[in-house]
Design a protein around this ligand. Structure first.
Ligand SMILES: [Zn+2]
Length: 97
């Protein structure tokens, strides 16, 4: 069973308590109504989806219900680290920018 560490509960819990919530550290544009269709498509649909280390947003839905970020290896499915939402993106060698 895959265990994921929630940075708020400060313990490892079974994967079934969590939900993936997409790519982390996306910046929402200031005024979406004024964006071109191409820019909106880029913001809303286009993701990096690299092979290897990625920064992701997760939610502890069956625990504290809070969102947090994680660095996960998409090849091995291992979590390198998790950290609270709003904390600075950790620099991990080999991770996508
Ligand atoms: Zn939690």
């Amino acid at each position: 069973m895959l265990l994921i560490r929630c940075p708020y509960c400060e313990e490892e819990r079974p994967e079934l308590e969590f939900r993936h919530a997409g790519e982390a550290h996306l910046v929402r544009p200031g005024n979406i109504a004024e964006m071109s269709d191409e820019d909106f498509e880029g913001f809303f649909f286009i993701r990096q989806n690299p092979k290897g280390l990625v920064y992701e947003r997760w939610r502890h839905v069956h625990g504290c219900a809070r969102f947090f970020n994680a660095v996960r290896d998409t090849v091995s499915d291992k979590f390198v680290t998790t950290y609270k939402a709003g904390e600075k993106k950790p620099v991990i060698k080999g991770a996508a920018e």
